[in-house]
Ligand binder design. Structure first.
Ligand code: FES
Ligand SMILES: [Fe+2]
Length: 319
């Protein structure tokens, strides 16, 4: 997956935290592609980091008067990617545009729409997070493909084995678990009951997972594909307690330390998974959510490539 941006199943992906993108252009390697993001007067803009004139990195440029200025010949691009200024003629360059993508900030993250079609709705966080929560963030890059990183979150049986002293403490592997898939999401209930007080994990295709630990505590992970073999995790803790100034910063620190420890327990295992193709895996009852995910991936809508179009006898799209 994610040799190129066209490989992405259509959907919203968290590609950065809001703090990562400022008013200077920022290079974001995502989906096996160099992207550039910058914060203009109307919000964040994200596009391919290659000037459509002669391919220079726009991340080396600067933002002036709300436009991204290429470092090579100073062509200037607006928030829609249109070239509004060529220095030698002091006029726009008709038809010259950098490729940009729909994006939206929500929940402390910058979301980008990738894949076929127009964005469907807006990226939304889970409605079951604690109200007025204070949020902590830990971001980490793993040397593992996007699908393996997602599958690790859908894999409840590893909790007791990998996290005996953290999030798997007291987890009994024989305890009942309910896996309830829907069209674009799957919920894993950690008990026989599915009432509002029970703990569960939920994954929303393609790039958001979370778990409700209690009414005042939840954890979410946004998955950002960097390349075919590398994925960034944005792990956020959401809590409805210890929010008072002074105390809050101390509790934030402790939570971040705890979350880093949890990730350090998962990471070497996930990076060690060697089955390729995944079909070599032997899946069991406990892997029901993973089975659902793989099925969902095969039905994911992809951007048709020019080869697909040619194979279907359709006219080739303009590059
Ligand atoms: S390469 Fe960007 S302006 Fe020429
Ligand atoms: Fe884990």
């Amino acid at each position: 997956m994610f040799e190129t941006i066209e490989d992405a199943p259509a959907g919203w992906y968290p590609v950065a935290s809001t703090q990562e993108v400022g008013t200077a252009p920022t290079l974001l390697p995502r989906f096996g592609t160099r992207l550039v993001a910058w914060r203009g007067p109307q919000g964040v803009v994200i596009g391919v980091d290659a000037c459509p004139h002669r391919g220079a990195s726009l991340a080396l440029g600067r933002v002036r008067d709300g436009r991204l200025v290429c470092p090579f010949h100073a062509f200037a691009f607006d928030a829609h990617g249109a070239c509004m200024h060529m220095p030698d003629v002091a006029a726009p360059a008709p038809g010259l545009r950098m490729r940009t993508f729909p994006c939206h900030e929500a929940g402390g993250l910058l979301w980008m729409w990738a894949g076929a079609g127009a964005p469907r709705g807006l990226p939304g966080f889970f409605e079951w997070l604690p109200a007025d929560a204070r949020t902590t963030l830990v971001a980490e890059d793993w040397e593992a493909p996007f699908d393996l990183v997602v599958e690790n979150q859908l894999d409840h049986l590893h909790l007791h084995a990998v996290h005996p002293d953290t999030v798997g403490r007291g987890v009994v592997p024989t305890a009942p678990v309910k896996v309830l898939p829907e069209e674009d999401r799957v919920r894993v209930w950690f008990s026989d009951s599915t009432d509002a007080r029970s703990a569960f994990a939920e994954y929303r295709f393609p790039a958001l997972w979370g778990t409700k630990v209690g009414t005042t505590l939840a954890l979410t992970i946004g998955f950002a594909p960097i390349s075919a073999t590398r994925t960034r995790l944005y792990l956020q803790g959401h809590r409805g307690f210890a929010r008072a100034p002074g105390l809050a910063a101390l509790v934030d620190q402790g939570i971040r330390r705890f979350h880093r420890k949890v990730l350090s327990q998962d990471r070497p295992i996930v990076e060690s998974q060697v089955h390729a193709p995944r079909a070599a895996d032997r899946l069991f009852r406990s892997d029901a959510a993973i089975r659902w995910f793989r099925e969902r991936l095969t039905h994911a809508v992809k951007t048709p490539t020019s080869e697909d179009a040619a194979a279907a006898g359709a006219p080739r799209a303009h590059a």
